[in-house]
Write a protein that binds this ligand. Structure first.
Ligand code: GAR
Length: 201
């Protein structure tokens, strides 16, 4: 069966990558195939997760390069591997307009809040949950969305809500949002986008 060739971009622990790899293994992700995992950090545990599943990995460091040089390296790697969809799964670099235009409607991202709350520049990782608790919202969640030139501003594909308890800390909330929302919707949204891309072929 024809499958959409996917690259997953990571920077850290890679639990969302783990959810995608599991989904590929159990057939939940059937319209796409994870071909490549790319990290901007050499010590990202996500790389070990990819290795365990026999997926090709690549490290492209940003340090010491201009943003354009960094992105040119990414683009060469994507072209070389004939990548058709990029999934940002905890990738902590903002991509330029030039990059997002090149892969229009072919980049998706998972964000740990209900967009348009607690998103945009400066909202990443634990900071998102700190902000949600500080504001005092009673419900948060996760969003999978297309990536365009506006940070966290592209069309929403899927969202899932998570209730906040009075006893939650940023750390417990982060864990809950991952378990109850991110790891659930990222594989489903990825399959949905891959299916759509195949239908358009
Ligand atoms: C996840 O919570 C992801 O949503 C978030 O970083 C974490 C990465 O965890 N991404 C962002 O905040 C992007 N704005 P992981 O490496 O275990 O998947």
């Amino acid at each position: 069966m024809l499958k959409v060739k996917i690259a997953v971009f990571v920077s850290g622990g890679g639990t969302n990558l783990g959810a995608l790899l599991e989904a590929q293994k159990n057939g939940e992700l059937k319209s796409g195939e994870i071909r490549l995992v790319v990290s901007n950090r050499a010590d990202a545990f996500a790389l070990t997760r990819a290795d365990c599943f026999g997926i090709k990995t690549n490290v492209i460091l940003r340090k010491g390069k201009t943003p354009a040089e960094f992105e040119d390296e990414l683009i060469s790697l994507l072209v070389e591997n004939e990548i058709e969809l990029i999934v940002l799964a905890g990738f902590m670099c903002i991509l330029s307009n030039n990059f997002t235009e090149k892969f229009k409607d072919r980049i998706i991202n998972v964000h740990p809040s209900l967009i348009p709350s607690f998103c945009g520049e400066g909202y990443y990782g634990l900071k998102v949950h700190e902000a949600a608790l500080k504001y005092g919202v009673k419900v948060t969640g996760a969003t999978v969305h297309y990536v365009n030139e506006i940070p966290d501003g592209g069309e929403i594909i899927m969202q899932k809500a998570v209730e906040i308890d009075e006893t939650d800390t940023p750390e417990t909330l982060q864990k809950k949002v991952m378990q109850q929302a991110e790891w659930v919707i990222l594989p489903v949204a990825t399959e949905k986008v891959c299916k759509k891309l195949l239908e358009e072929k």
